[in-house]
Design a protein around this ligand. Sequence first.
Ligand code: SF4
Length: 277
Amino acid sequence: MEPTEKLTRSLSRDLGQCIHDFGLISEGDRIMVCLSGGKDSYTMLHLLERMRKRSPVNYTLVAVHLDQGHPGYDGSPLENWLKANEYDYKILREDTYTIVVDKIEEGKTYCSLCSRLRRGVLYNAAQELGCTKIALGHHRDDALETLLLNLMFTGSLKSMPPKLISDDERNVVIRPLLYVAEKDIIEYSSLMQFPILPCDLCGSQENLMRKQVKKVLTDLEGLAPRVRESMLAALMNVKPSHLFDKKLWATLNLSVARESEERISPLPNSRRLPLLS
Ligand code: SF4
């Protein structure tokens, strides 16, 4: 089997498993696939389309890309790729860059306001395009970094939900790549030669703390080579009785923990940790 085909199958399995586990796609859905022009979103769109063609569930996709007015932006490689692959798509243009530069003091990071504005535009577009779901390309490693960031800085034990409803209840957001490892996406994206748009056009600093946490995970791999797989498995294998959240205990009607659950067992020798029992 060709390496690309092998990887396509393996990534599709992970994507399909996540969609299945959390009911991310239903009959009749029109899914807005957010296409930033990075490796993650191209991979997501390509895999969702592949699955759509084989699925007994009827749903449609529309790829949406937002031109935020960054200096030097050239979205033509992305648009040409969408046309060549016959995707239904929409390119939005909204100069959020000027707003961000105007509002944020020099030396401060743009990312938080920039992504908030982007989210607003995309949420509105989903309504206008009649979409029932919005798909984002966050993957396993994004989820693990978020978990660590929350542990280290917010005092909360949370990662990224596979499916969420927006605060104004207008949009349902899905993250079908959450079981997919970033290293596989990097390899796939290079094999598929997706026309990646550079992500630092604004000259802004990608969240520095996230970069450092990424490095922490890489360093941990020196100690525990399968740390990322184990952490993903942990997110799918939560033992509420071994956490000290009294509201959770009350919600689950817990009054005492089981001793057997205190034992530490090694990780099974399986790549597909989502299937851990
Ligand atoms: S890196 Fe640039 S485009 Fe990305 S969120 Fe930050 S400011 Fe926005």
